[in-house]
Design a binder for this molecule. Structure first.
Ligand code: FUC
Length: 806
């Protein structure tokens, strides 16, 4: 029988198709990493490794995406719903401070919640480092006399391989690292051009909760993390074996030692008991199989599997490409003179590389740090925040042709629904399900520990929007069948709990907040809790509409659809304030922090779609909002702004934001405003490292090149002047098609589209085009236009059209 895990891997790779090889893309450095955020990240969706490339001592931080402290808990406050009416009444009366007083006591979680982001030793838990693999190299002479030359440390995005090479005394040493997409182990291969030159010993450790020992020639580290109750939390094992070529291998109490070998291959297998009580056995099996596989075969299969995803899309913005400069210096130069379009291509693909590396069907979605963490108390617990972060992590999934990676995200949502139903009952006495601002692998859905940020509840509807979007891209009815109960349950929750606000009679959420932002009340008090923040209105409009759209497709729930359609009419519209900005709340409050990092009320612009070319007034108001909010922020905030400006069709401004995102930084302390930037290894800095900015940046670049959220395909909607020539391959559009495009002098020249479903596609005619040729399945064909502005294509699955623009 196929092992369940093997089956998943097989399924994962069954969609393998042939996509073109990409031009070489790499991160590289001429010295070892001196801090963690300078180490290149490797990941196979489960296991991660970040080698620092040290010549004499090397530290490789190891990760397993399932390794969490904490445990499942019921953090719902019993009978919280009894206070809901009082809170809603106070809000209706404009008594926000008083409502907050009630919430403080009754409408937060039971217990410590996330532990203010330090939840490692409470039930909430934290995503944690698996361990440090430390290698001490020996070069048969006193290290102070050794001269190292020609040092290169590299990560190739093309084949998900990293290497370190250097020269000592005329001998070249080479290390190759991979987190295998084949046998699911971490492998390091050490070679040299000399004979018997490979000498090293290695150890494993982590900051706490571990034992290391050797068993024969295997080094083992195992332990159990704190569950936040009695210490008996998640169990894990990491095993290391080495296959030397020549020389000797022996072990002592907790080290493996290699002497005088010509080469050696280090295998690291690890497993946790997350959904696998037989984890030790599983780890053993994986290790045994990997060791039996010939290295070159393993590597070739690793590359093939990885490329089956990675090669699905590419961009090539023409112009300067400073690949010959080490990436840290390249980043620095870009900051001084941003002419290096090659860095944009690299950054775009780095985001896709990170996504492929940090999630995998059947497992977990990327957390706040993807899967790379070097401590036991990861910032914000390395959890899943639902007021921007988890969603941003998935922005590139569909548009950059990585649709298979939606599955772990879908599963995470599906798994929190039962807990979310309980939370909906306990706090709102409502049907349906809800999650608040934070969740983890233990299905946490209660509000956070502080009402000011922790009680927003539209995060769950936002999750639904993301999952619906995936349907829009792929039009897979089977997927929609699975999704529908989630959409319906979420819709039911809001239908049940929203209230009528007294001034205009609109149906609004209460209590809620505009994520993490506060406002000044007339009496000068700062409040966070409100009714109907603009973001909620937009998200819920999206949720109700998509749930209603799903019902005729699946031919179910007609009555419920009508209920939703009636409710949509009662939702609060977007409104423009006296200063021309989009209003963030129902009232025009004074803002204590006008440049707050969240720009939640522009949700309808991106990732939503209700603010678009059909609502020019709202586009104008969105611009005014962004001008006032400013271009600074945290990493993800700046990345969001790239997407906003792309949706405002302003490529130059989007590029300016992208340049800001790429500003070199080394700051790792938590900073909440005026920060952001990019570390030496191209990880995004909140700071500290937070991966959402990488993913938001990648999505933003794609949105600058192609959009499809308005019911038509818009080519180069936000092309900066500096990107005058270029091409992209196989970016995806809603309706299930892949689009490739070349452009010259800022104008599209050739587009090709492959339909993966039967569908009608509308393409906006590029401006200043005098003649358009259509070739459908290799035959010249007449163009059907809806009007002067659009080309209409009526396609069957597998049809390929080419459009030549003159
Ligand atoms: C949200 C953001 C913070 C940070 C945290 C992980 O709360 O407001 O800036 O990204 O998530």
């Amino acid at each position: 029988m196929l092992h369940k895990y093997t089956l998943f891997v097989l399924l994962f790779f069954t969609f393998i198709e042939i996509y073109p090889q990409q031009k070489p893309l790499r991160l590289w450095y001429d010295s070892p990493a001196t801090y963690w955020e300078a180490c290149v990240p490797l990941g196979n969706g489960r296991l991660g490794a970040m080698p620092n490339g040290g010549v004499f001592t090397e530290n490789i931080v190891l990760n397993d995406i399932t390794l969490w402290s904490g445990s499942p808990q019921n953090a719902d406050k019993p009978d919280a719903y009894r206070h809901l009416d009082a809170i809603q009444d106070l809000l209706i009366k404009g008594k926000n401070t008083e409502a907050q007083e009630v919430m403080k006591e009754y409408f937060v979680c039971e217990g410590k919640g996330s532990g203010e982001g330090q939840g490692a030793n409470i039930p909430y838990g934290s995503y944690q480092i698996l361990g440090n693999l430390r290698i001490n190299y020996n070069y048969e002479q006193d290290s102070s006399n050794i001269i190292v030359s020609d040092y290169v440390r590299e990560l190739s995005l093309n084949d998900a391989l990293s290497s370190t090479r250097f020269n000592i005394d005329g001998i070249t040493y080479n290390r190759e690292y991979l987190t295998s997409f084949d046998n699911d182990v971490i492998i390091i291969r050490l070679t040299s051009t000399g004979n018997n030159k490979i000498n090293f010993n290695l150890t494993l450790d982590r900051p706490e909760n571990f034992d290391t020992y050797t068993k024969g020639n295997q080094l083992i580290m195992s332990g159990q993390l704190n569950n936040g109750i009695d210490g008996k939390g998640m169990k894990y094992i990491a095993q290391v074996e080495i296959r030397p070529e020549g020389g000797t291998l022996h072990s002592d109490e907790n080290r493996l030692i290699i002497n005088n070998s010509n080469a050696a291959i280090i295998y690291i297998s690890a497993k946790t008991d997350y959904k696998d009580s037989n984890y030790q056995h599983s780890s053993n099996k994986i290790l045994e199989k990997a060791i039996k596989t010939e290295y070159n075969k393993e590597k070739a299969k690793h590359i093939e599997n990885y490329q089956s995803l990675f090669n699905r899309a590419s961009i090539n913005i023409a112009g300067v490409d400073k690949d010959n400069i080490p990436t840290d210096k390249r980043l620095q130069e870009f900051n001084e003179n941003p002419i290096d379009n090659g860095l944009i291509n690299l950054y775009f693909q780095f985001g896709r590389y990170l996504l492929i590396g940090s999630t995998r069907p059947s497992l977990l979605p990327p957390n706040l740090q993807g899967l790379w963490a070097n401590t036991i108390s990861t910032p914000w617990n390395g959890d899943y925040h639902l007021d921007i972060n988890l969603q941003m992590n998935h922005w590139p999934v569909d548009i950059t042709n990585l649709g298979a990676l939606n599955e772990p995200f879908f599963n995470l949502v599906k798994e929190i629904v039962p807990a979310g139903e309980q939370t909906a009952k306990t706090y709102y006495n409502s049907k349906g399900w809800v999650a608040h601002v934070i969740t983890n692998i233990w299905q946490y859905t209660s509000p956070g520990e502080d009402y000011s940020w922790g009680a927003s509840n539209s995060g769950s509807a936002w999750l639904c929007q993301m999952l619906w979007n995936h349907y829009e891209f792929y039009r897979d009815k089977k997927y929609l069948e699975q999704l529908y109960p989630i959409l319906k349950g979420s819709s039911e929750f809001y239908l049940n709990t929203m209230v009528i606000e007294p001034t205009n009679g609109w149906l609004v959420t209460a209590p809620s907040s505009s994520p993490e932002n506060g406002f000044k009340l007339e009496n000068g008090n700062i409040a966070h809790v409100c009714m109907g923040p603009t973001m909620d209105n937009q998200i819920i409009r999206f949720l109700f509409s998509s749930t209603a759209k799903a019902s005729p497709i699946l031919n179910i729930d007609k009555d419920f659809r009508q209920e939703l359609e009636a409710a949509i009419k009662m939702l609060a519209p977007n409104r423009v304030g006296n200063d021309g900005r989009l209003m963030e709340w129902l009232e025009e409050y004074e803002e204590p922090e006008p440049q707050h990092r969240h720009v939640s009320h522009l949700w309808g612009l991106y990732p939503g779609n209700e603010i678009s070319s059909t609502t020019p007034e709202l586009l104008k108001a969105s611009k005014a909002t962004l001008q006032r909010r400013g271009d600074d922020g945290t990493g993800w905030s700046i990345a969001w702004k790239v997407n906003f400006w792309a949706r405002l069709y302003d490529g130059n401004r989007a590029l300016m934001l992208l340049q800001k995102l790429l500003k070199p930084t080394k700051s790792t302390e938590v900073i909440m405003s005026n920060a952001g930037g990019t570390y030496t290894n191209l990880f995004c800095a909140h700071p500290p490292f937070q991966i959402d900015g990488n993913f938001g940046g990648t999505a933003g670049i794609a949105e600058m090149l192609i959009q499809s959220h308005e019911g038509f395909i818009n080519l180069l909607p936000a092309l900066p002047n500096e990107w005058s020539n270029g091409s992209f391959d196989n970016l995806c559009v809603r309706g299930n098609a892949e689009v490739s495009l070349s452009w010259e002098k800022n104008r599209p020249t050739v587009m090709s589209l492959t339909a993966n479903s039967d569908n009608d596609f509308k393409i906006k005619k590029p401006k200043n085009t005098s003649n358009i040729e259509l070739i459908k399945n290799n035959k010249y064909t007449d163009i059907k236009s809806t009007n002067d502005n659009f080309i209409l294509l009526n396609l069957k699955k597998g049809d390929k059209v080419v459009l030549n623009f003159q």
